[in-house]
Design a protein around this ligand. Sequence first.
Ligand SMILES: *Cc1c(COP(=O)(O)O)cnc(C)c1O
Length: 407
Amino acid sequence: MTNRSTFDDVMVPNYSPLAMIPSHGKGSRLWDEDDNEYIDLAGGIAVSSLGHCHPKLVQTIQQQSEKLWHVSNVMTNQPALRLAKKLTELTFAEKVYFCNSGAEANEAALKLARKYASDKFSSEKTQIISFSESFHGRTLFTVSAGGQAKYSDGFGPLPGDILHATYNDLASVEAIISDKTCAVIIEPVQGEGGVTPASKDFLNGLRALCNQHNATLIFDEIQTGAGRTGELYAYQRYDVVPDILTTAKGIGGGFPIGAMLTTTDIAASLVVGTHGSTYGGNPLGCAVAEVVVDIISDRQLLDNVQAKHLKFIDGLDHINRRHKIFKDIRGMGLLIGCELKPEYHGKAKDLLTLALKHKLLVLVAGPNVMRLAPSLIIPDSDIEQGLMSLDKAIEQFVAEQAPAEQE
Ligand SMILES: *Cc1c(COP(=O)(O)O)cnc(C)c1O
């Protein structure tokens, strides 16, 4: 018999999973092994973009699994070709590189930015500018680009020549950018770092600075992409076009796939043999992602993401008027962050645990922010029921946090 305590016996202790073990899901509902039913506003951390077990994805994976799973990049395959074609038609990009995760997509982007600068300008043009509180993945290069020391501490020596500026503060970038800068990497909305949207002026300013210094502007859209903000990619909402864009999470709807998108000019630096991945572009993953992209690039679905955003904000404002728990409610589309008031700082995880008792799955983004990243097609009735459960969880949370003498 295996159960939650087996985890502590046989797994590397880098995670601390919840006590319950999910057994199956459907749409925005999840069931655990004791058949408790949960409303899922976590979406597998912004991954299950079409909920659990979407019939079209189930059908696709069944059909493709009977045809072809893997051939390696010694050969190409039709699902990969079709998916790449669609991504180039739907975005600024002219070329696509496939991999299996977000970190791998960013790893490819950062390597390409260095290689391109070295090919086209100078081997001295190696500096990468990133932002504090940013998150770009867990490989050594991507934790170094990331702006949270806790993810890179103890893993040194780290890749060099990476500087961190302050998010939404253009002057902090102006102060360090130079002709030695090869790339600026940024999340249009910081996800793990606390659900902080960039201002339009800031992204426009970065675009101009990158142009001025021949630096590549990389948008990490691993969390903001695949329809999450109400456009296929957040850059389309901001109307600021990057040179390289990375996508993963939601684009696979739960199947592991990542991609790096760029222009023909920049892509030209990744000549044969310079980079690769055994599973990258495998037919099974690409077949699933193709259907995800077909479904989420629909204008009506994207408009509905915005409508559901408003419904969430409305409900969250209402909850906040009752319990006065949040200092700020922010985000874009179905990536929503609720920052706790100072008196509740450090308690976001406690709220998550309490929500679970009320049969509701939410996320945190750091110690002070509750994050919601539900399915893009979550039914309105599940939003309503989820918010009712959240209201009850918060009621209990506030009561439990209140100092005893006030009672
Ligand atoms: C999740 C995430 C990553 C890392 O993706 P993995 O698939 O876990 O490697 C990178 N950047 C952002 C913005 C993310 O949200």
